[in-house]
Design a protein around this ligand. Structure first.
Ligand code: TXA
Ligand code: MG
Length: 354
């Protein structure tokens, strides 16, 4: 099967194409679509067979639950129960938008969609095309990121075509996404609620409304006791094919360290990549140097991460060294994904490594 690709712009949506996509979804088929975070692989969330097809197309472990996307706040109560007042406050402020919330599920949501859990993750995306597709598709669309399991999430339709072009029914091409990293996930099945995955909506933004909210302790732990609550966070995923290592420390130590590490690999004849800030990129004389963005623009860095990881695959890179891009806002999410892509391999220029 070769997927039909339909270009749809948010300003001037092609309703005929979206209605066709909606029919595919209602009939149990799969449609990839843009959201403000990353492209999603959609199927009818209330149809266990459609969910089964999503797992098969991605090659995703069946214990890793899917997010159900809605396009109308009143639909939340159709699929979720025990919704606390704090969740409505987050919804009022951040929905539609890049926030996913987890609640106890209602029986209408099949266990095939939730990876066997009795909870359901719900997201109301702000992307206009996504909203239209969800409505045309019946209102409840299960959608993981539209990549093959283990690859970086897709930020363009081209990435989706490369991974899933032969295994799904249709791809809605809405151009490059805005944010480029997956939504923030907040778990309301525990009290106080916990952030299971950092994203564009930062812990600081959430604390303004819920001061007692916290990070899932399993997320910040180092490699030995890394037991995150969201099943998907435990896989080494978002990963390029090359072996990636992050080098951390002050710039005047990191740059020479990466230069030397890369030089050794290049001498061994290995294709070597470097992920550099705009400020430092000119300081690396060898290797395939990719500029992720300026240190003064953390959103740009987040936006470029997955595209760069994928492009190193296209270059056939075997080893990649990356600078570190920590910052208080979305930099937390960028580092969470970069650490996962690196399998938590970090070299500290002060000496130690993990
Ligand atoms: O931005 C996003 O959230 C994108 C777009 C397409 O909306 N979707 C996305 O889905 O990133 P996915 O499947 O790639 O990631 C969903 C994450 C996984 O880590 C999964 O384990 C976790 O959410 N998750 C889903 N339902 C859960 C539940 N009931 N309890 C705990 N974790 C859950
Ligand atoms: Mg994913």
């Amino acid at each position: 099967m070769r997927a039909e690709v339909a270009a749809v712009t948010a300003e001037n949506p092609d309703h005929a194409a979206l209605a066709r996509a909606g029919r595919i979804l209602k009939n149990g088929g799969l449609v990839a679509f843009p959201t403000e975070t990353v492209y999603g692989l959609g199927g009818n969330a209330l149809d266990p067979e459609a969910s089964g097809k999503i797992y098969a197309a991605k090659g995703r472990p069946s214990d890793n639950p899917l997010i159900v996307h809605i396009a109308d706040l009143s639909d939340l109560e159709v699929i979720a129960s025990d919704i606390p007042e704090d969740a409505y406050r987050l919804a009022e402020k951040f929905w539609p938008g890049p926030l996913t919330m987890i609640f106890h599920k209602k029986d209408i949501v099949p266990l095939a969609t939730t990876g066997g859990l009795d909870s359901v993750a719900v997201r109301f995306p702000s992307d206009r095309t996504a909203q239209l597709l969800i409505r045309y598709g019946g209102g409840f669309i299960a959608a993981p990121s539209a990549n093959t399991s283990g690859r970086p999430s897709p930020t363009t339709a081209g990435h989706v075509i490369a991974d899933l072009g032969n295994s799904i029914d249709m791809i809605i091409d809405g151009g490059p996404v805005g944010i480029g990293l997956e939504s923030t996930i907040v778990d309301f099945t525990e009290s106080p609620p916990a952030v299971l995955r950092p994203g564009y909506i930062s812990l600081g933004m959430l604390k303004e409304l819920i001061p007692e909210i916290r990070m899932d302790p399993g997320l910040s732990a180092d490699r030995e006791d890394f037991h995150p609550k969201a099943p998907g966070m435990k896989y080494r995923h978002y990963a390029p094919k090359a072996s990636l290592t992050i080098v951390e420390g002050p710039d005047d130590e990191v740059v020479p360290a990466i230069r030397e590490l890369a030089h050794k690999e290049i001498q061994k004849g290995r294709k070597t990549g470097i992920i550099a800030s705009e400020e430092n990129a000119g300081l690396y004389p060898e290797g395939i140097v990719k500029v992720i963005g300026s240190r003064s623009d953390e959103e740009e860095i987040a936006h470029n991460l997955y595209r760069i990881l994928r492009s190193f695959d296209d270059d056939g890179a075997e080893v990649i060294w990356s600078e570190s891009f920590d910052s208080p806002g979305i930099g937390q999410a960028t580092m969470n994904r970069l650490l996962k892509a690196a399998g938590h391999r970090v070299i500290y220029t002060g000496g130690g490594s993990t």
